[in-house]
Design a protein around this ligand. Structure first.
Ligand code: ARG
Length: 468
């Protein structure tokens, strides 16, 4: 037994009736969650206020006790907000810290607050409210990011750049089209957070420890007071599932993957080899030894954030796996990494929005790069199909021969003269040159969802309307 535990013979005032002695200091350390769950205080106090008001409305406690509790909880709230609340590890978690302090402030009525309630439905309610707020924050963060991408897309709807597969120049695309690809991804992320929010918006409060309560409570009233759509329909489920947090983490992980890919593109594009974009000073750092350096640290960190997000996701899946119904203390391990994941997700969204908004795009460099690497070879093959009636496979072969010819001469396809082209296939005419420029190439890709500026502008307009 440690010294502290030897001294500590006082049992817990919240549940110590059957205990003669207090816990070992190590037990206290492993059991306590107050170090991190104190950030649930606004949700905890809000939930307690709704619960007390409902108990009074149902005649379970007196309205004067309810009023005393309400005022006492507001005092606790202001103490915590002022930073002078005495958080105690011995009181384990935010719920018991708040209630114990309430008792110091208002005395006996504090003991009536926990009527028809357990920490099990209390923590499930608090955590749901917290995760719901984070969904709202993620939705707002994504709306801002999408707005920044739409602004970039609109400015560069017809700027030509190389499109890549295997990071090899493939076909010319437009800057606007590339930005809009991310708009689509982040809009799906937005949808995932909205869906998750809708599904999680049911109240566990009143499920009590696991079986409901014999008191004549009104769960619909507390659900409404807390902004939930309805009470959860099964008390065992209400106290024992954390799928709402898993959904938040899953949506966050997918979003972090999307951000990581965009971040990687920013890292590549801002390199001296690419020079497609220049990151604003606001989002770059220098090197202490190499004066020429401008490092895209924010982008690199966003690229890495997925590690934490996914780590938190795997951790919570693993905690929940195999737990029998209903509550087990394992579930106290649900919060810490969700907090960390949410903090980092919001930070990454904000940094990404800022980087995109402040990005300067080197339009001339994009266009020069788009013209390199035989990027209009497919257009040439398509022309042979369309104008000369060749089967696509034959057109592909003819084009390949022309690319090899250009490569051997160190020139691009439009630099080959007509006679040379005709030596490979006699059906080629002067008209071929109209499809070989990169602008012709992108303008021709008018299929729905294609890279033609007219298509891109239509998509920009659709999203601007959908999001306004
Ligand atoms: N701190 C606990 C948690 O986060 C609160 C619930 C405790 N419930 C219990 N039956 N011990 O899970």
């Amino acid at each position: 037994m440690t010294d502290k535990a030897k001294d500590n013979t006082a049992s817990n005032s919240m549940w110590g009736g059957r205990f003669a002695a207090g816990p070992d200091a190590i037990m206290e350390a492993i059991n306590a969650s107050i170090g991190y769950d104190q950030r649930l205080y606004p949700q905890d106090i809000r939930g307690s206020r709704a619960h007390a008001a409902m108990l009074a409305a149902q005649g379970i406690i007196s309205s004067s006790d309810a009023e005393t509790i309400r005022e006492g909880l507001l005092t606790v709230l202001s103490e915590i907000e002022a930073g002078d609340f005495p958080f105690k590890t011995a009181l384990e978690d935010i719920h018991m810290n708040v209630e114990a302090r309430l008792k110091e402030i208002i005395g006996e009525p504090a003991g009536r607050l926990h009527t028809a309630r357990s920490r099990n439905d209390q923590v499930a309610t608090d955590f749901r409210l917290w995760v719901r707020d984070q969904c709202d924050a993620a939705i707002k963060g994504l709306e801002t990011l999408i707005g920044a991408l739409l602004t970039q897309a609109e400015a560069g709807a017809d700027w030509v750049m190389p499109g890549f597969t295997h990071l090899q120049t493939a076909q010319p695309v437009t800057w606007g089209h590339h930005m809009m690809a991310y708009v689509e991804m982040f809009a799906r992320d937005l949808g995932r957070f909205r869906d998750a929010r809708k599904r999680m918006n049911e109240s566990p409060l009143g499920a009590a420890a696991l079986a409901g309560t014999g008191f004549d409570i009104d769960r619909h009233a507390t659900a409404e007071a807390l902004g939930f759509d309805r009470p959860m329909a099964n008390s065992l489920d209400a106290v024992s599932d954390r799928d709402f947090a898993l959904e938040f983490l899953s949506a966050g992980s997918i979003c972090a993957v999307h951000m990581s890919r965009l971040a990687e593109e920013l890292v590549i594009w801002s390199s001296a080899q690419f020079r497609f974009v220049a990151m604003s000073d606001k989002w770059s750092t220098g090197s202490s030894i190499m004066p020429q350096k401008r490092n895209p640290d924010a982008a690199e960190l966003i690229r890495a954030k997925i590690g934490r997000m996914l780590g938190a996701t795997v951790a919570l899946f693993t905690v929940m796996k195999g737990l029998p119904l209903a509550y087990s203390k394992d579930m106290q391990e649900d919060k810490e990494q969700v907090f960390d994941a949410a903090d980092n997700l919001m930070l990454a969204l904000a940094a990404m929005s800022g980087m995109i908004a402040d990005l300067s795009v080197n339009r001339a460099q994009l266009e020069a790069a788009a013209s390199n690497g035989f990027s209009t070879a497919t257009d040439l093959a398509d022309w042979l199909v369309r104008e000369a009636g060749l089967p696509f496979r034959d057109a592909h072969h003819v084009t390949g021969t022309l690319v090899a010819m250009a490569e051997a001469r160190g020139c691009d396809l439009p630099d080959l003269d007509l006679a040379d082209m005709q030596s490979v296939n006699a059906a080629i005419t002067e008209d071929i040159y109209t499809v070989l420029g990169v602008h012709n190439s992108v303008a021709s890709r008018m299929s729905y969802g294609g890279t033609a500026p007219a298509q891109v502008r239509a998509q920009i307009k659709r999203w601007q309307e959908a999001l306004s």
